[in-house]
Design a protein around this ligand. Structure first.
Ligand code: KIV
Length: 274
């Protein structure tokens, strides 16, 4: 007999996230790219699932997030949507789908929400992107900002490096964070910035900050799920704490299967129909 699992607590919404900022209860966010992992994160009562464009390097074999298309994002967002019932579902806008033309941004994002089932989108940067963010929010599309190390700018930044180390860079990041808040972003991801700067931004804003490599004083934390699970053959960034080593375990399982097939130990009587 299968054991009945306890019921999940209520659906997470933007309002839940706003309340968390006020109450100080931390927001737990992770990426997912498919339905089984979305179900797992629901079972673990994770608050936010991000269908990150990190799907490009984590799952699709690209060297970075730049080749990811809206069609890729739609495909994975739909899969996650089918596995999700509780978490707030955010999808990344891929590189060059929102930067220049606010109307085009709304049209592209509209697909992620209408066809993909996303409840919000994440866009990288501020400055030139603000008119698109304004248009999205004007069209009732909740927007999560993303500052610091913005992977879509990897070539401009000269690699995946910590951002906001100098006082002027820190001041600029704080200014941009305030602009995003003013435009109506409901939350802000801060990636690879020094802890004291993340604390300063977090204290200055009334919207929640979600850190990745930004120390512990943000309002929440996000990691790439495969990094957390140790499900990769490349070492994760320094800010990741692996909570499991699934790559090693999976490799060992596949090797044992290979050996069993070669030595005719698999299939055994239990796996054979009479
Ligand atoms: O694409 C992604 O996974 C992200 C997170 C790392 C924040 O943007």
């Amino acid at each position: 007999m299968t054991k009945k699992l306890p019921a999940l607590s209520g659906k997470v919404t933007v309002q839940t996230l706003r309340d968390r900022k006020r109450s100080g209860e931390k927001i737990v966010a992770l990426t997912a790219y498919d339905a089984p992992m979305a179900r797992l994160l629901n079972r673990a009562e994770v608050d936010v699932i991000l269908v990150g464009d990190s799907v490009g390097n984590v799952k699709l074999g690209f060297p970075n997030t730049l080749p990811v298309t809206l069609e890729h994002m739609l495909h994975h967002t739909q899969a996650v949507r089918r596995g999700n019932s509780r978490a707030f579902l955010v999808a990344d806008m891929p590189f060059l789908t929102y930067e220049f033309d606010p109307k085009e941004a709304v049209r592209q994002v509209g697909r992620l929400m209408k066809e993909g089932g996303a409840e919000a989108v994440k866009v990288e940067g501020a400055g030139a992107v603000l008119p698109s963010i304004r248009a999205l929010i004007g069209a009732n599309i909740p927007v999560m900002g993303h500052l610091g190390l913005t992977p879509q700018s990897v070539h401009r930044l000269g690699g995946y490096r910590v951002q906001g180390r100098s006082p002027s860079e820190g001041d600029r990041l704080l200014r941009e964070a305030r602009q995003l808040e003013k435009e109506g972003a409901f939350a802000l991801v801060l990636e690879a910035v020094p802890g004291p700067l993340a604390r300063r931004v977090t204290r200055a804003l009334s919207i929640p900050t979600i850190g990745i490599g930004a120390g512990k004083e943000t309002d929440g934390q996000i990691l790439v799920l495969d990094d957390l699970l140790g499900f990769s053959d490349v070492p994760p960034p320094r800010f990741v704490k692996p909570y499991a080593h699934l790559w090693t375990e999976a490799l060992s399982a596949v090797r044992r299967f290979r050996n069993d097939v070669r030595s005719s130990r698999f299939p055994g009587p239990d796996q054979t129909y009479s």
